[in-house]
Write a protein that binds this ligand. Structure first.
Ligand code: PEP
Ligand code: MG
Length: 592
């Protein structure tokens, strides 16, 4: 088998090699998902759309087959079309969605099961065989209704594998935590998409936006994933394997070199201290977070708690998880972000269809304000856990002061209730705002008066400012953290926070890049929060440079016109001042 190379977008660094496992999207677990009354028409519309799409798919297959073979084979699919047009079947699904108020996929699968049973019991052999058609069609409709691949076939896997998927949902990646996953590669996705974030928290390389990897790679092909350059090398030759083994060893040596500074202060050569914290997705990351010397959790993404389950996490369950993390971090702060649903973070267990929360839609704090039942449960759990450590709360996607006030009003109600119940909590628990919507960055001086701290979420701030979808591989070239508009918004936010004497952090992917972190240092950022694997590299950079150098550079880049110029000039400066933090082997592998 000949070696070939696929080029994608580097999403999580590192090199991995192993067998490919192409994610099979054919197996479904259908969660029991109740819907609200007003969502019934949406579920019915989704069902009808899925039927239409399935009919089109089958017609296309029929066309192709009849062109290539004789008409007889194409006729097999007539039976499929007949199932899809069975009015009694369709009506039953619609009536049951209306009456029982469950999701389209769940209702459809229940009705399907009933039909399969009826067919299986028919005496006539020909008709009994039609059960296969009913099942086949059912799977197609379900595939079109459910966009999250289900990974239960992974549960039985023993060997180490590289996951290749068209897309991976947050619940897919969350369910991979304890598996032997060496790397991820996906056809779609951008560098700040959840696949990238989860790969970093698992500490494995990832390449996204490969376009057609799932079609070009076959199960069990041996591949090398180069997460720094965004490459997949399929069927590598002995020579390529040897080159990559060398690179892998060098990366390890590069990372190990920083281990010796783990317990030293994070301070510039002229005495400016900053705080380096870790982002946390799942409590399983705590050992790595400690091992890399994080001084706290700057972002605890709580969405993962709500994934891969059919019910909502209870207050008690959440309380235990938050308490566990707070205690594990001892006196270091743990910044818990309230539920940030929507956009790329979708889940199936909540009683909302996914299409209701697009990036610009009903998401994050907007969702929580409209569903105080869910929000309050989480706030109670966070407050109760606050006596066991140094918990801070922050709200995602705040777009203006009104939302902050509304969220705080609900928090106050929860506090009053806890007091009435004589349940202890930290009355001084800091409450911060994520600055990730341009309107929040532009009105930061208003928000700063009513917030205890800020945390800039550049993954979203960049997407909203530059109008680029963070999960879309086609806009990757436009993802420019150094874009003058982004830098100005960050500067405005930092200045507004400092004018009110509140600390300001940044928890987007941007601050794990030494060159960009150097600019942020110069802009006056107080706290840097990132995947734990990057902490020591950033620490080394900070300990090697002076604040004055960083300030000079920040001032200079603020006067530049393009993101590219900003990054080039900053890179040159970091190379001069702290060459050891720039990994030198970037260009040493083959340039494909
Ligand atoms: C961000 O938007 O930068 C952020 C840190 O949050 P998330 O990636 O979870 O949206
Ligand atoms: Mg965000």
């Amino acid at each position: 088998m000949k070696e070939f190379v696929l080029k994608g977008i580097p999403a999580a660094p590192g090199i991995a090699s192993g067998q490919a496992f192409i994610l099979d999207k054919q197996d479904f677990i259908i969660p029991v998902r109740a819907v609200m009354k007003q969502e019934v028409p949406i579920e019915i519309a989704r069902f009808q759309e899925a039927l239409l799409k399935t009919r089109q798919e089958i017609a296309e297959i029929q066309n192709k087959i009849s062109r290539k073979m004789d008409g007889k084979h194409a006729q097999i699919f007539d039976a499929h079309q007949l199932v899809l047009e069975d009015q009694a079947f369709i009506d039953e699904v619609i009536q049951r969605i209306e009456k029982d108020k469950f999701s389209a996929e769940y209702t459809f699968s229940e009705v399907l099961k009933k039909y399969v049973k009826i067919f299986s019991n028919i005496k006539d052999e020909y008709l009994r065989d039609r059960v296969h058609d009913v099942n086949d069609v059912g799977r197609r409709v379900l595939k079109n209704l459910m966009d999250e691949s289900k990974l239960h076939e992974l549960d039985n896997l023993e060997e180490e594998i590289i996951i290749i998927g068209h897309d991976l949902s947050p619940s897919d990646t969350a369910s991979m935590y304890n598996k032997n996953i060496l790397a991820f590669a996906t056809d779609v996705g951008g560098r700040t998409s959840h696949t990238a974030i989860m790969a970093k928290s698992l500490g494995v390389p990832a390449v996204v936006g490969l376009k057609n990897a799932t079609l070009r790679i076959e199960n069990n092909n041996f591949i090398i994933v180069d997460g720094r350059q965004g490459l997949l090398i399929v069927n590598p030759t002995e020579e390529t394997r040897r080159i990559y083994q060398d690179v892998k060893n060098r990366i390890k040596a590069f990372r190990d070199r920083f281990q010796e500074i783990k317990d030293l202060p994070t301070q510039t050569t002229d005495g400016k201290s900053v705080v380096l914290m870790a982002n946390l997705e799942l409590p399983e990351e705590l050992p790595s977070i400690r091992q890399h010397g994080a001084s706290g959790i700057g972002l605890y993404r709580t969405e993962y708690f709500y994934m891969n389950r059919v019910d909502l996490p209870s207050e008690e369950e959440q309380f235990k998880a938050y308490k566990y993390v707070a205690e594990a971090m001892h006196s270091y702060p743990v910044t818990i972000r309230s539920l940030d649903l929507g956009g790329d973070k979708f889940i199936s267990s909540l009683q909302i269809p996914r299409d209701m929360y697009s990036f610009l839609g009903w998401r994050a704090i907007r969702f929580c304000l409209e569903r105080p039942d869910i929000f309050k449960t989480q706030l109670r759990a966070i407050l109760r856990a606050s006596v066991f450590g140094k918990i801070r709360l922050m709200y995602p996607m705040i777009s203006g002061i009104d939302e902050l006030r509304q969220a705080n009003a609900i928090l106050e109600e929860v506090k009053i209730n806890l007091k009435e119940e004589k349940i202890k909590f930290d009355e001084q628990m800091p409450v911060g705002v994520m600055i990730e919507v341009p309107s929040a960055a532009l009105t930061a001086e208003i928000l700063a008066k009513e917030a205890d701290f800020f945390s800039i979420g550049t993954n979203d701030l960049i997407q909203y400012t530059l109008a680029i979808d963070r999960v879309n591989e086609h806009t990757d070239e436009l993802y420019q953290p150094g874009h003058p508009a982004v830098l100005r918004l960050i500067k405005n936010t930092i200045d507004a926070a400092h004018a009110q004497k509140i600390p300001v952090g940044l928890c987007g992917e941007m601050c794990s890049e030494p060159v960009l972190a150097f600019i942020l240092l110069g802009l006056g950022l107080d706290e840097f929060s990132m995947s734990s694997l990057s902490i020591l590299q950033i620490k080394k950079m900070i300990r090697t440079v002076s604040l004055q150098d960083a300030k000079d550079l920040a001032e200079k880049v603020l006067s530049l016109s393009t993101g590219q110029e900003v990054e080039e000039i900053a890179r040159e400066r970091v190379k001069q001042l702290a060459p050891e933090v720039i990994q030198s082997d970037q260009k040493e592998t083959r340039s494909h």
